[in-house]
Design a protein around this ligand. Structure first.
Ligand SMILES: [Zn+2]
Length: 395
């Protein structure tokens, strides 16, 4: 079955093909392309491209990716010396917490995002309204704690993990709610972590949507929690230090973690600012060869000036622990597109796809990256956002 969005997309792309055929003879009408991005290093893991190409955009869609395109365009962007990649997809943000979150992320090259659990059933309408007005595609995950993220711990009072309230909220906003978030650290759920996750799954299974768990520093052992995850669920904060990290004290990935990945559970970065990422754990996990499926920011307005900064900055951190530029781009595009249905036709520069493009500047030098514990590390390169195109329009 096609979703309404996919159906509309197909209709739009066939209409586009018709127009191309009609103007194939070039009768001196409108320019062939609305935009041509010239001479950038195009990296598209979905097409296994990493080379200098021109990208042509017409009618809001990618029209051509070729070594050289004609200048027959309404607008030309000189991308020489820049990276040209599919628009970035950030699967863990809190961008719907503030009115300008979506547009701030868009400027960082983020053409699709998930708000991961900022609100629960009681105030879900607030994030829904912001998500609906966002320029880029987005979905929200409902926090199983009905009061959302709260200082005393979302589900420290187990009564807040209210299945009936969450079900009712999802039922009334099924178009925008794309899953359920369960935050399970000891200061968020305390000894209720397992039961909170069980209830989150009850809600998710009714609507056939994924659960995202926030792992790390839980009271229950991680394997016990992973047992409750189904294929398509997401574990975020995968580099959280003990207790209940994904590695043991000898730096070996827990067998239950390997088994979860084998059965289709995704492992996500969720950089954030508190307790989620420590360099020594990053090193151990990467050395063990357990690379992230997706890289995400856990973006908040506060993170713009500390640790997170922007999505390209978070991606840059993984260049110094063994990943190549195409590999980090894949985590933010192709891989992310597989995790949430809303991104199914995104994260690619394939001809016919929505023309969502991020332009990045790769600068070499000495850049400081700080983990969530104040430990600093110097990196040799950093990606900076320098331009975004959304649905064929320059932002
Ligand atoms: Zn978060």
């Amino acid at each position: 079955m096609l979703s309404r969005r996919q159906f509309v997309g197909l209709v739009a792309s066939s209409a586009f093909l018709d127009r191309r055929d009609l103007v194939g003879g070039r009768l001196g009408a409108a320019p062939r392309y609305d935009i041509v991005i010239k001479g950038g290093r195009v990296i598209d893991p979905s097409l296994r491209i990493d080379s200098v190409r021109d990208v042509g955009i017409a009618d809001g869609r990618i029209a051509a990716v070729e070594a050289s395109l004609s200048d027959d365009a309404a607008q030309t962007i000189d991308a020489r010396g820049k990276l040209v990649v599919p628009g970035l997809l950030d699967i863990h943000t809190h961008a719907a917490r503030v009115a300008d979150g979506a547009s701030l992320c868009l400027r960082d090259g983020v053409t699709g995002f998930i708000d991961a659990g900022s609100q629960g059933a009681d105030r879900i309408g607030e994030v829904i309204a912001i998500a609906q007005s966002a320029p880029q595609p987005c979905r929200v995950l409902i926090n199983i704690g009905r009061a959302g993220v709260v200082a005393e711990g979302d589900t420290m009072d187990l009564a807040r993990a209210d299945v009936a309230a969450a079900r009712a909220a999802v039922a009334s906003h099924r178009d925008i709610i794309g899953g359920v978030k369960a935050r399970l650290s000891r200061d968020v759920a305390g000894p209720n972590d397992y039961e909170v996750l069980r209830r989150a799954q009850q809600v998710a299974s009714d609507f056939n949507v994924p659960v995202m768990i926030h792992m790390g520093q839980t009271i229950s052992p991680l394997p016990k929690l992973l047992d409750l995850l189904k294929p398509g669920d997401v574990v975020t904060h995968m580099f959280a230090p003990p207790p209940n990290s994904i590695v043991d004290e000898n730096g070996r990935i827990l067998p239950a973690v390997l088994a979860a990945r084998r059965r289709g559970v995704w492992f996500d970065v969720g950089n954030g600012r508190t307790g989620h990422l420590r360099w020594d754990i990053v090193d151990q996990v990467m050395r063990a060869g357990f690379w992230p499926d997706t890289i995400s920011t856990d973006w908040t307005p506060e993170g713009r000036t500390a640790q997170v900064i922007d999505f390209p900055n978070v991606l840059s951190k993984f260049l110094d622990v063994g990943m190549s530029i195409p590999q980090v781009i894949a985590c933010a595009t192709t891989h992310a597109a597989r995790v949430f249905d809303v991104f199914r036709d995104r994260g690619t520069l394939n001809v016919g796809a929505p023309a969502d493009v991020a332009l990045l500047d790769l600068r070499e030098g000495a850049f400081e990256f700080v983990d969530n514990f104040g430990n600093k590390r110097s990196g040799r390169a950093r990606l900076f956002p320098t331009g975004t195109i959304l649905a064929g329009k320059r932002v």
